[in-house]
Design a protein around this ligand. Structure first.
Ligand SMILES: Cc1cc2nc3c(=O)[nH]c(=O)nc-3n(C[C@H](O)[C@H](O)[C@H](O)COP(=O)(O)O)c2cc1C
Length: 494
């Protein structure tokens, strides 16, 4: 029997005997004792797993606190999910470290296992205890207090990616120069997985030529740089350098983990193809996108709308920005945050959306009509609230302009991508719609699967036939759709 098991069995046996040796055993105390026995047995099992020689296994189990609920969760998790994604969340010493707590929470909510590693400076901004409580895993800080002695090498071996959020100017400089003078920088240098960094700093630090050089070097080395954003800064100034919000980072990390090209970053010998991940297929292309629902007024307070959330259109706007496009998003009413890097024109009704598109379309190289534009509007909306009465109320509805058809029939139309939300006979209706509108690419989805949800499934129709994009996060689909559109656009396909 391995020493670890012998040792822990001995302790457990003694403790169980002690527990059973109580004289009278009421129902409650018996229950308590049985629970305590189960606890002891489980913590012994955890100690046993820790004593196993296999590094991957012991790494995984070393993260287990010795109490039953997280332990069982981990056991369940380890057995259940061959494809569970694991990330190392690296936190460095910036004000935005507080956002790392929310990021960890959101990633865990998406089923990602999170191991936190912090620089010493980061512990001045957020405590390891908070991160340990949120993730259920002990936090790695000090390379000289490392039970296994090799955390700086082993940690990335069981991770699908390392995400540094926030990444200070100092840490970015270290990464760019291959320094490894603490645990987090060492494990980044010794990594065997992709690295994503979310810079967070004051606008002057960000604009400094040294930082810009370092960020460029990271990008050249295949590191994925997420953000930063522009906005109010902790120092009271306003400008570029804010870390992306936790929701945005969680979405990007999740999408990156689903992206097979990210795995290219594992191998340095793949470096020539690394550019594929950062490939800016839409560099300088002017993309006009419509998104969200429209709202057609009935009277001063009532209206006709639909359940479109705008998520797909916003994801496409974001993906287009990532791919280097200049994006103008004409958005109906949604509750979504403005996609970073896109210009947004907010409209309410289909008529307003049509006007905005007419004004902008001459500048567009590509038009993507994702909005769920109301087909009809009320002929004569009342300026005042219509008073309730016992009589039936008849509303006359008249058709709205077909924005996509208008754009596609311009003498020099941009490259047009249409969307079809069908509730049945998806393929039949979508293929017919593409032909009728005379557009090169149409993305079809089942309305009941798509509306409001974070993921979706698309079938693309073009001159070559149909291409299925299987169910995935909308941002993942948006990237795939745009890659497809970019190829057709470059070919000048019609
Ligand atoms: C209050 C305070 C806030 C700071 N905020 C940031 C920040 O947002 N971004 C940054 O790059 N550095 C910031 N710094 C400077 C870093 O903490 C400093 O460069 C530190 O050495 C970074 O260590 P690390 O990169 O090992 O985590 C801040 C420093 C202080 C004292």
């Amino acid at each position: 029997m391995p020493n670890g098991l012998a040792g822990c069995c001995k302790t457990t046996a003694l403790d169980i005997t002690a527990l059973l040796n109580g004289s009278k055993c009421s129902f409650t105390t018996c229950k308590f004792r049985l629970f305590a026995i189960a606890r002891l047995a489980l913590s012994s099992l955890a100690t046993f797993f820790n004593s196993l020689p296999d590094t991957r296994l012991s790494m995984r189990f070393s993260a287990m606190p010795c109490h039953p609920a997280p332990f069982l969760d981990k056991m369940r998790g380890t057995m259940k999910q061959a494809q569970t994604k694991r990330i190392v969340l690296g936190i460095t010493g910036g004000i935005a470290a507080y956002k790392a707590a929310e990021l960890a929470r959101l990633l865990i909510k998406q089923g990602i296992e999170v191991q936190v590693a912090m620089t010493e400076a980061a512990t001045h901004f957020i405590t390891p205890a908070t991160m340990q409580a949120l993730t259920g895993n002990p936090v790695l800080v000090n390379q000289w207090q490392d039970d296994k002695g090799m955390a700086h090498i082993q940690t990335s071996r069981v991770a699908d990616a390392i995400v540094i959020a926030p990444a200070t100017a100092d840490f970015i400089a270290k990464l760019a120069h291959g320094l490894a003078n603490d645990l987090l920088s060492s494990l980044c240098l010794a990594r065997d997985c992709p690295l994503l960094v979310a810079p967070a700093m004051n606008k002057q630090m960000w604009a400094n030529a040294a930082t810009q050089r370092n960020v460029q070097r990271l990008a050249d080395d295949g590191v994925v740089v997420l953000g930063p954003a522009s906005g109010a800064q902790a120092c009271g100034e306003e400008g570029m350098g804010r870390m992306l919000e936790a929701e945005e980072l969680a979405r990007d990390v999740f999408a990156a983990l689903q992206n097979p090209t990210l795995t290219l970053l594992r191998q340095t010998q793949d470096r020539p193809s690394l550019s594929r991940l950062r490939e800016r297929e839409l560099n300088g292309v002017k993309v006009l996108i419509t998104a969200g629902p429209t709202y057609e007024a009935i009277d001063a307070v009532r209206g006709i709308t639909n359940r479109s959330s705008g998520k797909m259109g916003y994801a496409i706007a974001l993906a287009a920005v990532e791919m280097g496009a200049e994006v103008l998003l004409v958005s109906g009413p949604t509750a979504l945050a403005k996609p970073q890097g896109a210009q947004v024109v907010n409209v309410t009704s289909a008529a307003e959306m049509f006007e905005a598109v007419k004004q902008q379309v001459a500048n567009a190289d590509m038009f993507i009509g994702v909005a769920a534009v109301a087909d009809y509007r009320v002929a004569r909306p009342s300026e005042q609230k219509i008073k309730k009465s016992d009589a039936a109320l008849t509303l006359e509805l008249i058709p709205n302009p077909d924005i996509l058809a208008y754009v596609a029939s311009l003498p020099k139309p941009p490259f047009c991508v249409g969307f079809a939300a069908e509730s049945e006979k998806l393929r039949e209706h979508a293929a017919a719609k593409r032909k009728k509108k005379n557009i090169p690419l149409l993305a079809a989805n089942l309305a009941q699967n798509a509306i409001g949800s974070d993921d979706n499934e698309l079938v693309l129709f073009d001159a070559a036939g149909e291409h299925v994009l299987p169910r995935a996060d909308k941002l993942v689909l948006a990237r795939a759709l745009l890659r497809h559109a970019a190829v057709l656009y470059k070919k000048g396909s019609k």
